[in-house]
Design a protein around this ligand. Sequence first.
Ligand code: NDP
Length: 490
Amino acid sequence: MELMSKMMTIKNYINGEFVNPTQDNWLDNYNPSNGEIYGQIPNSTQDDVENAYQAAAKAFLSWSNTTLEERSNILSKIADLILQKIDFLAAAESKDNGKPILLAKQVDIPRAASNFQFFANAITQFSSESHESVGFNAMNFTLRQPIGVVGCISPWNLPLYLFTWKIAPAIAAGNCLVAKPSEITPMTAYLLGEICNEAGLPKGVLNIVHGLGTSTGQAIVTHPKIKAISFTGGTKTGAQIAKIAAPMFKKLSLELGGKNPNIIFADGDYDKMLTTTVRSSFSNQGQICLCGSRILVEESIYEKFKFDFIQKVSELKVGNPSSLDTNIGALVSAAHLQKVKSYIDIAENEGGKILFGGDSVTVKNFENGYYLQPTIIEVSDNNCRLNQEEIFGPVVTLMSFKTDEEALFLANDVKYGLSATLWTNNLNRTMQFSKQLQAGIVWVNTWMLRDLRTPFGGAKDSGVGREGGFEALRFFTEPKNICIQYESPS
Ligand code: NDP
């Protein structure tokens, strides 16, 4: 495959064309599997963001007036093209991010297609409310109008998956976009530009600018005419964005970090739980905001679980992401590998006991790649940094609990509130935990089973607002109520 063997120059996608950054400034793009530079990406400035904004603003009048059928057809076509190019896109994603190619092919790329197909359908079903003011001879109806030009900023862990999760509803609702993927994983967003042209998306509806968060991303957030920002990334970055956007009265959707509990009771389906827990701990090298990084286990099965979990995790193969038998690929960057490893050092200082892993891995012929063993650490105090801070890598902690009350307390005793997983077959416990867990998403006897109609997002420091289904279409539209009073028949 040509893409895989040559140096790639990524360009900005503005007004349907691929253009160099105005200042001709470039950043290196690394391949995490071997640490080599394999391409360059624009280091875009405020001028590039302004050009993208101008193209989007110009396209808005026409795009916001296209029929829903036309929008839906174009989105479906994009979905079809993504699926047609699945092997190519999966290889590109795996190379850019370090994730196993099989994961990219089975999860990331199909989900990117589903995001477009879902909102192609959803927009045809989206409706607004009417309220009759009985006794006043008045009728209210609420228009849901596209906002105009909106900004979408996404992270590196599920690059095309999360980028399209924002873009698809924004476009479906009739907006035009200035979007920025992470500078660390820009490749599939770049390739999406070509797909959009092929699918007949009108020029300027989607504009993609590449560059650093602190300059290019910041230019999107501070742009006075970009009236809504949909952001997924770290909690610290979310706070910085909110600080800028709030006094500018921008609409904000923030999907942020997590430190999710995986609560295991003895009465659950043990085998299913064990297999799923390996996945929820280490999928995508643990770099999924929904990973259950704090494993809380009922005391009566703690020792058995510990033994079996270590056994299963020891079978995972860390290796070159392009090998089909690799379970755990490379972490996304050298800096991120260092950050994750620093938590393993913290564990040792905090009295955590490393039960498995903890070391870098050298992969033959990929010696400079960013590989780390899946790591299991036993802790005894929920206040330790390992249990309070998001590590976002292949590192989980184990802790036991005695009672339901203790499990609930430990689960909620963090600043984050993104997701929680519960393993039990007790109906009362299921309902009590479902109601009392402080999280935007609770999975019972499963993990990461996603129905795209459902609200998605976090409580507490994990975010503000919800994506998914009609929630996303509500975010990307401005409600306007019209109240009409009429004469009553005399
Ligand atoms: P970051 O917050 O570092 O970056 C996210 C995006 O924001 C990137 O495109 C980044 O650009 C950009 N950015 C960084 N600083 C700014 C700024 N000041 N203004 C505007 N944009 C900026 O997150 P990561 O990419 O490291 O992603 C990991 C984080 O994302 C984790 O905390 C994870 O939990 C969270 N996440 C949350 C999800 C959810 O749904 N709640 C889903 C997935 C991840 P660049 O990288 O180019 O510098």
